[in-house]
Write a protein that binds this ligand. Structure first.
Ligand code: DCP
Length: 137
């Protein structure tokens, strides 16, 4: 089984509440323009934490520390499993190196994107967990 690991980065919003980082895919055409938790494939022998830390360095130019996994996992193909981990930003400011754009969303904004089909389909599996984390005050 190969893994794709994606990162859930949260930050405090000025004025209260929390927000989540989403990245807008630029390829392939089926999902270009849709929003995802940024990440990528684990290399051979690479831990999921190490892969996430490497991918977010490459894609967002930030240093993160991978934390606990989210509960939901998504079978992308017979041999490819998508997982997500919470990630703590330790240095840098995210910028879209490989994505079209980045946004920080609160729970209502995340729900609005989901309602108009603007999330990468597989990532909708995490909506309940992400919403709970964003709603904590
Ligand atoms: N994927 C997803 N949701 C995410 C991240 C990825 O559904 N939050 C899917 C999209 C692809 C697969 O996982 O089908 C691999 O993702 P990427 O293309 O982002 O990963 P890599 O850049 O590592 O793969 P490649 O080098 O093949 O482009």
């Amino acid at each position: 089984m190969r893994y794709v690991v994606a990162g859930a980065l949260l930050r405090e919003r000025a004025g209260g509440g929390r927000e989540l980082l989403l990245a807008q895919r630029s390829y392939p055409p089926e999902v270009a323009g849709l929003w995802e938790l940024p990440g990528g494939k684990c290399g051979p022998g690479e831990t999921r934490a190490a892969a996430l830390e490497r991918e977010l360095d490459e894609e967002l130019d930030v240093r993160v520390v991978a934390g606990a996994p989210l509960t939901e996992q998504v079978r992308l193909r017979e041999d490819l499993l998508l997982v997500a981990h919470w990630a703590e930003l330790v240095a840098g400011t995210p910028r879209a190196v490989e994505h079209q754009d980045l946004i920080w969303v609160d729970a209502a904004e995340l729900a609005a994107l989901a309602a108009r089909g603007a999330l990468v389909p597989a990532d909708t599996a995490w909506l309940p967990e992400l919403t709970v984390a964003l709603d904590v005050r």
